[in-house]
Write a protein that binds this ligand. Structure first.
Ligand code: FES
Ligand SMILES: [Fe+2]
Length: 418
């Protein structure tokens, strides 16, 4: 059947936009945000050579300074645009560009231009680069991508980390999916029995038990559900008999777009928990880097690591198949999603969408439409760093365009028949 595409009208950003000839299609806009702590890399992967990393569709370089601490700069040299990640770390700290060896310290200051008569004097004021605050926590290098550090939500606590009562395994994977679709494949309750075979027990094991979203002061939220699921099979089956009630708590934290699930695997009172963290960093609009830490407080002997990882990854890769096939590839820029709902579904995702709207209202959302136009014009834009607040002048590269604070997103409108 032929569909008359020219009749399809979407209402986005409060503007009627059609894909009739001559109009601009804006429905490929996706949503990425500044002023958030993101996981850039696993700590163990950053040694003594610079490491490139792509986040929010921009390029960065990670390196270790003279004290061994992780640092992060925009990767594009302000001189002639070379990739600093191809350069070298310096003994005195900082990184040297591979092209003309200008030195940049961890704060983004140019400290040396070797070709000059006085290499450390007469450094032009524009010879500086955006530097982003870093923290090394829980096995990861966290980078703050934004200019307003005071407004950032601090990185959450991970009490299970380095706790002898817990044992952890980790995994990193790239999904060829937009970050919000990736999150949707993680935070939706109804898919648990259908995609993963984890039923809730009761008369209709596909129906999640009633639950309420609780909003926390840190801007995140959480949900607790109680069910009587089976443990599917394998070693874990020894931990409890089927159909005992188990509590499962799912939390969302703003830093790292992190989901955290804690499930009582053993019977009530056993203290046997599986507790996983999923940190999510958008590489670009259609690709997402995921880092997982899976903790367990039972069978903590190392020989059980392989089984623990296998059981958790089975769920991750089932989600991957779903997320990577969702269309459109980029999330529509709308206030809420999906446009059609079933009763009781979507509570967690509603909360997630609200958080995104708050980011947007603060002026943190990158304007992808403008940015794509600038990219096409050959303008490289960077994520603004905190130093831009102190001194907005003398930067070679301008910053990514962001949607002005308070500008609200429109709702999707149903397609209209021809
Ligand atoms: S391009 Fe980096 S020093 Fe010339
Ligand atoms: Fe899932």
């Amino acid at each position: 059947m032929h569909t008359e595409l020219s009749s399809v009208v979407l209402r986005l950003e409060g503007t009627e936009l059609s894909n009739a000839p001559g109009t601009i299609r804006r429905n490929k806009t996706a949503m990425m945000y500044t002023n958030i702590w993101y996981v850039a890399e696993r700590q163990e992967n950053l040694k003594n050579t610079p490491l490139p990393v792509r986040m929010l569709g921009r390029d960065f370089v990670l390196f270790r300074d003279q004290d061994g601490n992780a640092a992060c700069l925009s990767n594009v040299c302000p001189h002639r645009g070379a990739s600093l990640a191809q350069g070298q770390c310096r003994d005195e700290g900082g990184v040297a560009c591979p092209f003309h060896a200008w030195h940049f310290d961890r704060d983004g200051n140019c400290t040396k231009i070797p070709s000059q008569k006085d290499p450390t004097g007469d450094i032009p004021p524009e010879a500086k680069i955006d530097a982003y605050p870093t923290q090394e926590k829980y096995g990861y290098i966290w980078v703050f991508l934004g200019d307003d550090l005071d407004a950032a939500t601090p990185i959450f606590d991970m009490p299970e980390y380095d706790n002898p009562e817990w044992r952890a395994v980790t995994h990193s994977v790239v999904f060829n999916a937009n970050q919000h679709w990736t999150k949707m494949a993680d935070m939706d309750h109804v898919h648990l029995p259908i995609v993963h075979g984890i039923g809730f027990g009761g008369e209709n094991p596909i129906r999640p038990p009633d639950h309420t979203v609780v909003y926390r002061d840190d801007g995140g939220y959480e949900v607790e559900i109680r069910g009587k699921p089976d443990i599917t099979k394998g070693e874990w089956k020894k931990l409890r008999s089927d159909r005992t009630e188990v509590t499962s708590k799912l939390k969302y934290f703003i830093p790292g777009f992190t989901s955290r699930g804690k499930t009582l695997i053993g019977g009530p009172g056993s203290g046997h928990y599986n507790c996983w963290y999923q940190m999510m960093t958008p590489i670009d609009d259609e690709t997402t880097q995921l880092h997982f830490t899976f903790h367990r407080s039972f069978m903590t002997e190392p020989e059980n690591d392989a089984e623990h990882l296998k059981r958790n990854l089975r769920n991750v890769y089932q989600d991957k198949d779903i997320a990577e096939a969702i269309m459109p590839k980029r999330t529509p820029d709308v206030a809420d999603w999906p446009p059609v709902r079933a009763e009781l579904e979507d509570k967690m995702m509603d909360a997630y969408w609200q958080v995104l709207q708050q980011f947007r209202a603060k002026g943190w959302q990158i304007d992808r439409v403008q940015m794509e136009a600038l990219d096409l014009r050959g303008e490289y834009r960077v994520i603004p760093s905190p130093a831009r607040k102190q001194n907005p002048n003398d930067w070679v590269f301008d910053v990514v365009p962001r949607i002005a604070p308070g500008q609200s997103a429109g709702k999707p409108k149903q397609s209209e028949a021809a």
